[in-house]
Design a protein around this ligand. Structure first.
Ligand SMILES: Cc1cc2nc3c(=O)[nH]c(=O)nc-3n(C[C@H](O)[C@H](O)[C@H](O)COP(=O)(O)O)c2cc1C
Length: 196
């Protein structure tokens, strides 16, 4: 079985919807399992720690999840043109994975949700790619052979999946198609790399 970690942060739920759609794409490929994980919010009270298990939704990610995955989909809402702080905070605590090379040569893809059409989708996607390059991951985007990438009037970029929440709260047909396609592409690549 090939395990793909779908790690996301979502404050208001739209990036979570994208993560679920990417997971459907991953699991459309035989022999793959999508493991959905999130990160806790950051508290302004530094001493305050979140419970180990969230009240609802995906479990919090652990370093073991990174070690055992065969591929990674990383998603965040766009916050001021960048990935959100809780996700960055988690990534900044992955030095053990960096030193051990546990993500090296594994495939990865990124996704984001923005409020507005030109609110920084590409910059956020790139901001999530940078630490993954440092981890030695192999980054995948969306190829222009995907019809939805050419036809979308909302989200969807060559750099990864995206959603424009201001236009409509739910994913558009093209955004949904592209989340699914990205998940399937990631899963197929993970299988090829694991068995090569
Ligand atoms: C602190 C903060 C900063 C934001 N910055 C941007 C931004 O730079 N560009 C943008 O288009 N939307 C911005 N938004 C809107 C979110 O990206 C948008 O609502 C997104 O869909 C939220 O995803 P979520 O539902 O997964 O939390 C921001 C929202 C917050 C709370």
């Amino acid at each position: 079985m090939v395990n793909i970690l779908v790690l996301y942060y979502s404050r208001d739920g739209t990036t979570k919807t994208m993560a679920q759609q990417i997971a459907h794409g991953i699991e459309s490929v035989a022999g793959t399992e999508a493991i959905l994980r999130t990160v806790p919010k950051i508290s302004t009270v530094c001493e305050k720690t979140a419970d180990d298990i969230p009240e609802s939704g995906s479990l919090y990610v652990t370093l073991d999840d990174l070690k055992s995955c065969d591929g990674l989909a990383l998603g965040s809402p766009t916050h001021f043109g960048n990935m959100a702080a809780p996700l960055k905070y988690f990534i900044d605590n992955t030095t053990a994975a960096w030193f051990s090379g546990s993500l090296t040569n594994k495939p990865a893809a990124v996704f984001t949700s923005t409020g507005s059409m030109h609110g920084g989708q590409e910059t956020t996607l790139l901001s999530m790619m940078l630490p993954l390059f440092h981890h030695g991951m192999i980054l995948l985007g969306l190829p222009s052979s995907e019809d939805a990438l050419r036809e979308t009037q909302t989200g969807g970029t060559p750099y990864g999946a995206s959603h424009v929440a201001h236009i409509q709260q739910t994913l558009s047909k093209d955004e949904k198609t592209l989340c699914f396609a990205l998940g399937a592409r990631l899963a197929k690549t993970a299988i090829k790399l694991k068995t090569s």
